[in-house]
Design a protein. Sequence first.
Length: 254
Amino acid sequence: MRTIRFLLCLLLLLAVPASVMGLPMFGVEGAVGVWRPSPDGKLKTGSDDEIDLKRDLSLGRETELTGRIKVDMPLMIPNTYLTANPLKMSDTTRSTFDFGGKQFNYGGTTDLLNTELKLNQYDFGLFYSVPFLSAATLNRLNVDAGLNFRYIDAEASVSGGEISASESMSIVIPQVYLGAQFQPVERFSFEAEARGVTYRDDSSYSLLGRVRANAFGPVFVSGGYRYDEYDIDRGGLLLDFNFSGPFVETGFSF
């Protein structure tokens, strides 16, 4: 059901800019793909134990859907993009720790523990390209800079026997956005993106590298590697971990 909702939302997003493709000076790019992130780090609730994602929760690499769309606007209107990266990891573990004000003791007070971490992330960005750079490099190099607004909806839960606990947070973080595209030959390009901010005691960073090949007409395929890091303490839930892994995608560009 979660996958169906994701695809329906993405189709709606793709339908909006499609209506402006016929207008002059508009450019539209959209893509869907899969990401294979692996977790590393810890989380904590209140005065409970620091819980290691791998050792204590037994969370490992998962395959998740991703989607993105970008619209290049005319004149002085800022370009915009929207990305969706829902993430859900779950497993069972034989560990002992305190979480959500409760003690989970495998083999003692609880049976085999069920663990789950959801981290749904959506990015909305406004950006401009560096003026005249593309023309000066014969359309080989382009650099973008702007602002990104990241919405994070996170929830961690543990259950075993008759005991269960969960903690969640929802937060919007403004970030600096930088992007670059280098096209040495007509059909291939290299792309990089960076988003990040540190505000008070909270920080969030994303680094992405992509190799892209034009397949036929407006269709392209691409693949690369992505690294996301979080250090956020809100609503009684502390996130201090990162996710990284390869991804592949296919899409269109007009």
